[in-house]
Design a protein around this ligand. Structure first.
Ligand code: ASP
Length: 318
């Protein structure tokens, strides 16, 4: 028997951990916990970087990416879907009902239709308004991520690191980012999932790390699981989540494993002020760690004795 735990990225991760914990606490499987955790965030229009109400691309349309994973042989993903609210549930169907790993674009939307998922309008009035503001700022010469980070900084996101038990949505985080969820169930089974609308104002068709197995998420039942959030392009050149799990396979503790992945990102790119990557790693025996490139990243945790949102003070600096 293992002691169940669920971890999720960012303040809105508290929505995910609350839902995931319900499943785990009832003796449910980690796979169901991570799926339901993501579904809860995807359905919440207040979370403006995931699912319904996600931030539009350059041309004002929302597209979603997501994946789910149990093991190298059991994983599924969808990307660039525009007609469905729950990419992780569709990804699970890809995993369980097909011989494929990743379905993209209209093919993925059509697959979801065929599986009986209801079509959904993803764009909200608030998202349109946010898109207009971002476009105006971008036209004034700032990158979308730069605008996001500046707004966050102005609102005090870089305030003193602290541990909080708040389950309120934080309003001082950038309007982007993935919900990445890792869970361990009572049977010792690990699972992971992630879901995102991707970078704000992305070029239509752009797909980031989140639905790509080994980039935004990797799970090995014996060695551990890792998930990433932030600037997907940085994660994608180093196979970030795979690298972290591979380090754990070689014996590294979770903290050291994600430090290696984030250090590799530091070494591989000219990191810009608007860049961020946060990672979580979890082992089959329940050890976990988080780290980020720069301050402002948070992890939500739920276990038998914890219900916290933790400011990440493990920063991998140059
Ligand atoms: N990693 C996601 C992407 O690049 C977005 C994010 O987590 O901020 O699409």
């Amino acid at each position: 028997m293992s002691s169940p735990i669920v971890l999720a990225t960012w303040s809105f991760g508290t929505i995910a951990t609350a839902q995931g914990w319900k499943t785990l606490q009832a003796g449910g499987a980690a796979l169901d916990a991570v799926e339901q955790a993501c579904v809860a965030v995807e359905a919440d229009p207040q979370v403006n970087s995931v699912g319904f109400g996600g931030t539009p691309d350059r041309d004002g349309r929302v597209s979603l990416d997501g994946c789910i994973m149990l093991s190298p042989a059991q994983r599924g993903a969808v990307c660039f879907i525009r007609e469905q609210m729950h990419p992780v549930s569709i990804a699970r169907q890809v995993m369980e009902q097909t011989d494929h790993v990743l379905l993209a674009g209209q093919g993925a939307d059509d697959f979801a239709d065929a599986q009986g998922f209801p079509k959904a309008e993803l764009l909200t009035d608030e998202a349109v308004e946010r898109w207009r503001e971002l476009k105006a700022k971008q036209a004034a010469g700032e990158s979308a991520q730069q605008v996001n980070r500046e707004e966050a900084t102005a609102k005090g996101i870089a305030a003193t690191p602290s541990t909080t038990t708040s389950t309120e949505l934080s309003e001082d985080e950038p309007p982007h980012d993935t919900v990445g969820v890792l869970a361990l169930d009572a049977d010792g089974q690990l699972a992971g999932a992630c879901s995102t609308s991707g970078l704000p104002l992305k070029i239509p068709g752009r797909v980031g790390d989140s639905p790509i197995i080994g980039q935004g998420l990797y799970v090995h039942p014996q060695h551990g699981a890792a998930v990433a959030t932030g600037t997907g392009e940085l994660v994608m050149g180093v196979c970030g989540s795979f690298l972290a799990v591979e380090e754990m396979r070689r014996g590294a503790a979770p903290a050291d494993a994600i430090a290696v992945a984030l250090q590799r990102i530091r070494e591989s790119y000219d990191i810009q002020p608007d860049h961020q990557v946060g990672m979580i790693a979890l082992t089959p025996d329940g050890q976990w760690a988080h780290a980020a490139l720069v301050e402002g990243y948070r992890t939500a945790i739920r276990s038998v004795d914890r219900d916290d949102l933790i400011e990440c003070d493990t920063l991998i600096s140059a």
